[in-house]
Design a protein around this ligand. Structure first.
Ligand code: AFP
Length: 300
């Protein structure tokens, strides 16, 4: 069965990118082990003022250390760190953005959480998402899976008991579908968002939302539909982050035949101003994204 290594070679990835992707993917092994010993919340807050789960800081420190030691990464920006890190000794020019532990508030409930990563060439993380050379996420569910694109379609691998990723699904296509998940409380939704949700609910869309973006998106990737975290009254940029959450998942969605938008613009085209900027997110099947665009255009 095709391994991740076989696939990256056949996709024409050079040695540096192959090594970097494999190194990141293999962090799933210690991360899975650490869940048992890092159940609690830490006493620290991240740059957004959110209390960090013990696994937020553990996974962040672990992946940061591994990337710094690898010599493959010149810049690193993590959702859990205030500043962009520069590794001046790096021999390669890759730049990495990451949400080391997405959905961490669900760890104590044993629901699926994940690690999201975007990789750029050229040594800089502040680039539009469209410039990513690879995007991936590990999903820690009943299986540990790696969903990846290197700009040549989307592939899903499963981690086996020997620590090898084996191909589970090639050339994944996101079907049209009618599942939806949305963040934010209904009284806080904007008029555009409320109208969109009301319309799709009337047409039979079915709610599926856990509060773990990576898990909720994976369901949309497999079954079709839409994941939304909208602008909220008083929070026009919503909650999720452009660089760590929107761009890697958006790249994967596009490569699977879906799309990502803030309602008015494809998020992969947004030039990031700062590493931690937030954005409203709508990501999913083409039919649903088309409906979002229509709803927003009607209110222009
Ligand atoms: P945590 O990593 O703090 O659990 O945040 C998760 C997240 O950024 C994203 O994974 C979820 O989709 C979203 O927040 C959930 O937010 P709500 O709790 O407001 O629904």
């Amino acid at each position: 069965m095709t391994t991740l290594h076989d696939y990256l070679e056949s996709a024409g990835c050079d040695e540096g990118l192959t090594t970097l992707i494999e190194l990141i993917a293999l962090q799933a092994v210690p991360i899975r082990e650490a869940f048992i010993t890092h159940q609690s919340y830490a006493s620290t807050e991240n740059v957004y003022g959110e209390q960090q789960a013990a696994m937020d800081t553990w996974a962040d420190e672990r992946i940061t250390m591994v990337l710094e030691e690898s010599g493959l990464v010149r810049e690193l920006s993590s959702e859990e760190q205030d500043e962009i890190r520069t590794f001046s000794d790096a021999k390669y020019d890759y730049a990495v953005v990451m949400d080391p532990m997405d959905g961490s508030s669900l760890i104590q409930t044993n629901l699926a959480v994940g690690t999201i990563v975007g990789i750029y060439d050229g040594g800089k993380v502040l680039q539009p998402g469209r410039h990513q050379v690879a995007a991936l996420y590990m999903l820690y569910g009943p299986m540990t899976t790696l969903t990846i694109t290197v700009g040549k379609g989307v592939y899903i691998f499963a981690l086996d008991h020997t620590g090898v990723y084996r191909l589970l699904e090639a050339e994944v296509r996101m079907p049209e579908g009618n599942l939806y998940g949305t963040g934010g409380a209904r009284p806080d939704w904007t008029d555009e968002h409320a109208e969109f949700i009301t319309e799709i609910e009337k047409e039979g869309a079915k709610l599926r939302y856990t509060g773990s973006y990576v898990a909720d998106f994976h369901q949309i990737l497999k079954y079709g539909g839409i994941y939304c975290y909208p602008a909220l009254k008083g929070k026009p940029d919503g909650k999720l982050r452009l660089m760590y959450e929107a761009n890697p998942i958006g790249f994967i969605a596009e490569q699977a035949g879906g799309a990502i938008t803030n309602g008015r613009q494809n998020l992969l085209d947004v030039e990031p101003g700062t590493a931690h900027q937030r954005t409203p997110i709508y990501v999913g099947s083409m039919n649903m994204i088309g409906r979002v665009r229509e709803c927003f255009a009607r209110r222009e």
